[in-house]
Ligand binder design. Structure first.
Ligand code: COI
Length: 354
């Protein structure tokens, strides 16, 4: 393994893996033996360590707890049939992580700490990568403010960490999604493009109310008219309308620039399917549905992968779909899985060996 970063490594004496069966595990519940930690102080990153996964000791006045300077990423690692470990498009997540950092007035993390640190950590815990369909090792890089002070200002100190969670699928059945018109996730000039903890905190009430109505998640709309579609809680959204793939555009900065979204766009174009990244109004979607032109709806995300949507709810209107007829989502999912599980050549250079 090629590495350039000098990391202080302390290994566990006994692996917890001996007590865990990696088959049929839920998403995000178990954590591997080791974690990476680095500290930012006086304008520089230092004390880069890989050490046994353990609790943090924090003060109640920790800035991140009060004012929310806290960001994260989600990435997945897989194993091939030879037992080699690969990470899916980590560099794209590295770039997005630092965009989130800048938006939240946090320092950026150098590429060698993020990338080499991640590769070294995953290599050390390679045995924790599940080798099973729909399973992977979910990699969670995070950064948070560590000043102990109640004044509202960007913290001077931060912690960057990476933890690893061998995981099964996030969603096990096709989803029911409610078009959200009451709450707002994101507005132009806001922080919708960044993966900051607060975006998830403010989204929970909408998801909770949607669940009370019988749905799994919401589809966010714009803050002004509640008509222009943004993204689904925890994933981007894609519609196949009369053979064309349509997905909300990134340019307003209100949605996440999803790595899976981008991978799907590339795969669709290679399949010869037209892709339109543009403003998309719920009225257009309803009209297409009523005319029988709305053929497929699915979400794309690291945790969710490519997730078919079996029902869209908009006010009192329920729009059910027969997901077994979703030819494009099914083909995309197959190709995506074949790449991630190394069953076909990785022609895009998406799989990074650890
Ligand atoms: C991801 O898809 O990686 C996410 O971050 C979604 C969620 C688990 C927070």
């Amino acid at each position: 393994m090629e590495t350039v970063l000098d990391i202080n490594i302390t290994r566990v004496e006994n692996s917890k893996l001996n007590d865990l069966n990696l088959e049929n595990i839920p998403f995000g519940k178990y954590f591997s033996d080791h974690m990476l930690e680095a500290e930012y102080e006086n304008g520089e990153w230092k004390n880069i360590e890989i050490k046994p996964y353990q609790p943090l000791i924090i003060q109640p006045s920790l800035a991140a707890l009060h004012y929310g300077q806290s960001i994260f990423e989600g990435i997945k690692a897989y194993k091939d049939t030879n037992g080699e470990g690969y990470i899916f498009r980590p560099y794209d997540n590295f770039l997005r992580f630092n965009l989130s950092a800048e938006r939240m007035c946090m320092p950026t993390v150098p590429e060698e700490i993020f990338m080499d640190g991640m590769k070294q950590l995953v290599a050390i815990d390679k045995n924790w990568i599940p080798f099973r369909e729909d399973h992977s090792m979910y990699i969670r890089p995070l950064m948070f403010a560590t000043d102990v002070l109640l004044g509202v200002r960007p913290s001077d100190t931060y912690k960057f960490m990476i933890i690893l969670s061998p995981s099964g699928p996030y969603y096990t059945t096709p989803m029911k999604i409610y078009v959200e018109e009451k709450y707002t996730r994101s507005v132009k000039g806001g922080a919708g493009f960044s993966k900051n903890a607060g975006n998830y905190a403010t989204s929970m009430i909408a998801a909770k109310e949607a669940r009370e109505k019988g749905y799994d998640q919401v589809l966010w709309t714009d803050a002004i008219e509640h008509k222009w579609l943004q993204e689904v809680g925890m994933m981007n959204v894609m519609f196949i309308i009369d053979g064309v793939a349509v997905t909300p555009e990134l340019s307003e900065g209100t949605i996440l620039n999803g790595v899976t979204r981008n991978s799907v766009i590339v795969m669709l174009q290679e399949m010869g399917i037209e892709v339109q990244e543009r403003r998309l109004n719920i009225d257009e979607v309803v009209e297409a549905y009523k005319k029988g032109l709305l053929q497929e709806v699915f979400g794309t995300g690291t945790a969710a992968t490519i997730a078919p949507i079996q029902e869209l709810g908009y006010g009192d209107l329920r729009m059910p779909f027969d997901v077994s007829s979703f030819k494009i989502a099914t083909a995309l999912r197959k190709q995506f899985d074949d790449i991630r599980y190394s069953r076909i050549p990785d022609t895009h250079g998406w799989m990074v060996k650890v």
